[in-house]
Design a protein around this ligand. Sequence first.
Ligand SMILES: NC(=O)c1ccc[n+]([C@@H]2O[C@H](COP(=O)([O-])OP(=O)(O)OC[C@H]3O[C@@H](n4cnc5c(N)ncnc54)[C@H](OP(=O)(O)O)[C@@H]3O)[C@@H](O)[C@H]2O)c1
Length: 254
Amino acid sequence: MSQVALVTGGIKGTGREIVKQFLDRGVHVVVNYRKDKASADKFLAEFAGQPVHALQADLGDQEQVANLFKYIKEEFGHLDYYIANAAATAFKPLLDIKPHHVEKTFAITVTAFILGCQHAAQLMEGRKGRIVAISGYDTHTYLPRHGVLGAAKSALETLVKYFAVDLAPKGINVNAINPGFIASTSTQIYLGELYDQIKAANEKITPVGRVTDGKELADVVMFLCSDQADWIVGQTIRTDGGLSHIQPLAQPDK
Ligand SMILES: NC(=O)c1ccc[n+]([C@@H]2O[C@H](COP(=O)([O-])OP(=O)(O)OC[C@H]3O[C@@H](n4cnc5c(N)ncnc54)[C@H](OP(=O)(O)O)[C@@H]3O)[C@@H](O)[C@H]2O)c1
């Protein structure tokens, strides 16, 4: 019986790198996207002939979350890997944030993750399930306009610990990764004309001397999905090339 993975927001960026690595391992992959159908069509064309399925499902809508898992149940009857990767927020200063921005951000990152784990636990019954959430460095470092997303990701990391304890007896392992700067399309769109400058600054202060496009993050996700990670339970692994050890005003010894 084929293994099946769900990678939310798997059309682009980090999610896409994760999809590639699952496909390389012969895993059937389901991805969802919110609205960018043109990118979804391009993605499907690129992976034509491979066992990948793309569905439109807004994770901010509980019914659409349920439909996503219903599709997996009807199509495959089981799930082995659930990678909670998609995120979106209104990047605004906290003083300008409205309640609906908070609700939407938490709906995607927190509520959808809780519902996703509940659905995944059912579809992983009797299997060695793996759940990996993608957090972010806004949980531990001040990033301009990231207050609400950082708060939601902090909640996500807490949920990872709780689900890990609740699901470990069922043979399901739950962990998270916490990346630093990712050179993804959405980072380019969000930062606009500041992108090159901020990317260069991150390359300069990150101890490994570069930033990731998501490939190295996918490597760690694959490790957390492997049997070799059985003893890592409910952890959030910093996957940032050492960025979180650096104080921006300090420079490494040359
Ligand atoms: N970018 C960074 O510097 C950075 C740093 C640390 C952590 N992270 C985290 O890493 C993860 C991946 O980020 P990324 O920059 O690689 O990805 P990305 O390029 O922003 O892609 C995000 C994907 O998620 C989908 N998505 C967004 N909102 C959704 C919703 N409501 N329902 C369903 N799908 C939705 C998008 O679909 P549409 O295009 O259709 O909207 C897109 O396919 C995120 O959790 C992010 O918070 C990012």
